[in-house]
Design a binder for this molecule. Structure first.
Ligand SMILES: [Zn+2]
Ligand SMILES: [Zn+2]
Length: 136
């Protein structure tokens, strides 16, 4: 099975993921914008058994999503990069922010969620499964 590595900006946190993501897509919600300082988040969801932390001690920040789930963002305490996270509504699943992967060219997003928060300059691929709010 193919293994892919990722890290934070300073390199203290390193991890790898095995195999194919269970789901992969773009989230345009306000929380993702704030957490990443970006227009939207592209996230690959892996089962926890597909994920291995190799080094570093990620810090966790928890907040409530609009749907009432507890969202956990994990970031490097040294460089501040948000690298991965989880959602109480999807137990056992790690959300990997694809910018932290060394090579994310394998990622094939197949949905957009929270397109109601899409910024005017962000182009959306209309052939994907797109939802104005959270995943259905
Ligand atoms: Zn770091
Ligand atoms: Zn989001």
């Amino acid at each position: 099975m193919e293994s892919r590595s990722g890290r934070c900006l300073c390199g203290d946190i390193t991890y790898s993921v095995e195999g194919t993501p269970a789901r992969q897509g773009h989230c345009h919600c306000l929380d993702c914008k704030k957490a990443l300082g970006a227009s939207f988040a592209t996230i690959a969801f892996f089962k926890e058994e597909q994920f291995t932390l190799h080094s570093g001690s990620p810090q966790a920040f928890q907040h409530q999503s609009e749907s009432g789930n507890t969202m956990t963002k994990e970031f490097c305490p040294k460089c501040g990069s948000t690298v991965f996270g989880s959602n109480s509504g999807r137990p056992g699943i790690k959300s990997v922010y694809i910018g932290s992967l060394e090579d994310a060219s394998f990622v094939q997003p197949n949905f957009n969620v929270w397109t109601c928060r899409q910024l005017p300059y962000t182009l959306i691929d209309e052939s994907l499964n797109n939802f104005p709010k959270g995943p259905q």
